[in-house]
Every structure is written in C-alpha cells, then in structure tokens.
Design a protein around this ligand. Structure first.
Ligand code: GUN
Ligand code: ZN
Length: 412
C-alpha cells in the first residue's frame, strides 16, 4: 500500500545517536549542513544529506518544505515541569518550603476548577510549542480534573506528553489534600481514560516524600509497578531544609533516596527532579536501578537550591534529562534552560558544551523518560516529531552568527 502524507523537509539537520559525554565524542551526532528528512505516515523514513534524501523520494508524490538558514532538530523534551505553576513564575524569594506554602499551594488550589485548568493547559501547551518543546513530563495538581484538562489539551494537539494527578495526603493545605483511597481511585480512573490514548502516557505522581504518608507512598509504588508501561515522577534532594524534614519524617531511612527505594518508587521509567544533595553512592544506585534525574537549572538558581552536579551523575551512568521545572523555573524555554545549565556547570568548573547541551534537550530527555523508541532523534521509524529553529531569530543572534566560525560556535 502506498504511504500517505509523504513529506520532504530541507534545512540544516542535527540529531544525536548517543550521549557525546564530557569529551564531545564524535559519532554521537549526525550533522547535515544541507540536510533532509523524508517522512511518511507521520514517521521518519530517511534522514541525511539533502541530495540523497531527495533522490530516495523521487518518483512519488511528496509535499516539500524548504527551510534555508534554519536548524531542524528533534522536538525538545522538558523532563519535569508543573503546568499549574505557569501563572506564578517569578514569585519572590525564599527557599523551597516557604515558596511552596506561600505561592505554590494557593496557586494550585485554583485547579479544582475545570475551566481554569482547561484554559491554563491550552496556554501552557501553546507556549511550550512556541519554545520548541513537543514532549514534557508534567505535574498536574492533586485535582483529577487538572490532569483531565492537560491530557485533553495535549490530545487535541497530538503531542507526546506524560502527566499525572499529584498525590499528597499530609503537610499541605486541606484544599489540596487527598487520601490513599482517593489518590488511588483518581489515578486508576485517569489511567483508564488516558494512558496510551494517542500519544499520551500516565505518570504516577507522588509530589515528594514530605507530602505523602508511608501508606500513600506504598500505594504509589504498587500502582507504578502494577503494569510495565506506566511512568513515575517526583522530587528528590532539592533543598537542604527539605532533606532535613525528610530525615525527621522517615527516621528509618538513612538517606532520602532510600525512602523512595523502600516503597518501590525507583527503577526504569521513574524520574526525579533536582537530585542536588545526593552522595556518590546514591548516584550509583540510581544508575543501577535505571532511575532518571531531571536537571532543573533555572529553578535551582531561582530558589537557591544548589548546583546540580552533572559530571558526578554522568560518571555514575545515570540517565539525565534537562527540565524547566516551571514555576520554580523561570522560563518555559528549553533554550533558556540550556543557557542556565551551562552556567551552573561552570560553577563545577565543567562547562556544558553545545553538543552535550543539545543532546540533553533532545535524545537525553527522551532516554530519561524512556520514550527513546518513539522520539529523540531521526532514526527511521521514529515519530516525525521535530522543530525548525531560526539561526537569525533576533538581531543579536544575526550579529553573533556573522562572527561564529564553527558549527560548535553556532550551536552554542
Ligand atoms: N518539591 C515538591 N513540590 C515541588 C514543586 O512544586 N516545585 C519544586 N521546585 N519542588 C517541589
Ligand atoms: Zn518540580
């Protein structure tokens, strides 16, 4: 049967086959200055030099898109963000626990209202797309309607998105509190309604160890492991006061990570935001169990949480993705996030190269979310999920591109 919807796209193409690592290992990426993508039935059929891809398409009807002077990349992947917090970006000062109580929880209360949730879900998804982000792992709020609203809006836009209803049954305002039973019932119903529908996936979402009882964490672990295709997201070791509170609440665990391990909340398809205050053994255990970390530089700077150590995580072999963590994070843009990631790694005297940065924002993120079979690069069979960026989007960029000599410089 002839393929429908054959599309040929021409421009400067970059995608990654592997992590270039701290040494920018050649062979980890493919770069085609005059490149092409051939797409059929919404999937990548070929990626390579324009002349070759064009020849492969000859003889069949194709729709052609030409982007001279533009960079074609796999859609950017934001591995940790809170859509309900977009309206509170840049809420002043203080550190995590005060910020949650003063701004975050009151803002999230508004998402009991389905209309508000629907409006904000549409707004956030449109802005993510405008910034080139086509996949994200997203916290809804503790209200099931907030997850319904986000799933519906993502489905309308045919985006590969993960989200889940936040679980929290203690140490938070009554308006946001659920119970073990309601959290399980709502999550199971959401999984039935949305998981695997179109490009959507469900991610079991206990907020963090402070706001869930032992019984709720145990339920979340059982639910996560109840089928092999669910995801899980939470927060880990973001802030010093948070770590101290976890130690008080879980005296039986010597380290924060151990709490999540004890309740079966780690392993492949799980991802934890921040992971700043961890020791080498914890990085090693996360690598061993296939538990991913989301590096959230703008949030970590804004909330004064600390400087994530990418080199230590990488040496241990942890799957790492990059994330905005809006609204602790200050921008929905993964490009702005990359800029701050570079600076945070400078604090460790290990600046992030352009190659490694773009890897983290694309294939690295897809791997961290265990979505690399579908997205993340342009290997044949993957979903045709890509973005087209303008090298000369602003007068400042045009000015810089005039002097950038190498591909590294242009990408950086
Ligand atoms: N830890 C628990 N909840 C949150 C949240 O909403 N944002 C951040 N940055 N950290 C958290
Ligand atoms: Zn977060």
């Amino acid at each position: 049967m002839a393929e429908r919807d054959r599309i040929l796209v021409r421009g400067c193409v970059l995608h990654f086959l592997d992590d270039p690592g701290a040494e920018d290992r050649a062979g980890a990426w493919q770069w085609f200055d005059d490149g092409g993508l051939l797409i059929g039935d919404g999937r990548i059929r070929a990626c390579g030099p324009w002349a070759e891809v064009n020849a492969q398409a000859s003889g069949t009807a194709v729709q052609r898109f030409n982007y001279p002077g533009h960079l074609i990349l796999p859609g950017l992947v934001d591995t940790h963000m809170h859509y309900a917090q977009a309206e509170m970006i840049a809420s002043f000062g203080h550190q995590l626990l005060d910020w949650l109580g003063n701004y975050t929880y009151p803002t999230e209360m508004r998402f009991a209202d389905a209309e508000h949730a629907t409006r904000m879900a549409g707004f956030v998804l449109d802005r993510l797309l405008a910034h080139g982000t086509t996949t994200a792992s997203v916290f809804a709020t503790s209200h099931a309607v907030s997850a319904d609203a986000f799933f519906a809006a993502a489905h309308e836009r045919n985006l590969r998105m993960l989200t889940g209803k936040v679980m929290m049954d203690r140490e938070c305002p009554a308006e946001l509190r659920d119970t073990v039973e309601t959290a399980e019932r709502d999550s199971v119903a959401l999984i039935e309604r949305w998981h695997g529908k179109g490009r959507l996936g469900y991610t079991v979402t206990p907020r963090f160890a402070i706001t869930s009882t032992d019984a709720q964490l145990a339920m979340a672990g059982r639910l996560f492991k109840s089928r092999p295709d669910l995801h899980l997201q939470s927060h880990l070791a973001e802030n010093v006061a948070e770590c101290a509170r976890v130690a008080e609440l879980f005296p039986g665990s010597s380290r924060y990570l151990e709490v999540y391990e004890r309740f079966d909340l780690t392993g492949p398809r799980s991802i934890y935001g921040h992971c700043i205050h961890l020791n080498g053994d914890e990085h090693a255990r996360m690598a061993q169990s296939g538990t991913a970390q989301a590096f959230c530089p703008t949030s970590n700077l804004f909330l004064g949480s600390g400087a994530y150590d990418l080199a230590s995580a990488s040496r241990a072999g942890v799957r790492v993705g990059l994330a905005t963590d809006v609204g602790g994070g200050t921008s929905l843009s993964m490009i702005r996030t990359l800029s701050e990631a570079y600076k945070v790694q400078q604090m460790h005297h290990a600046p992030l190269s352009a190659w490694r940065g773009w890897y983290l924002a694309t294939l690295g993120g897809a791997r961290a979310l265990h979505l690399e079979d579908c997205i993340g690069n342009f290997l044949p069979g993957k979903e045709a999920d890509f973005v087209v960026l303008d090298w000369n989007a602003t007068p400042e960029m045009r000015c810089r591109m005039d002097t950038a000599r190498t591909i590294d410089e242009r990408l950086f």
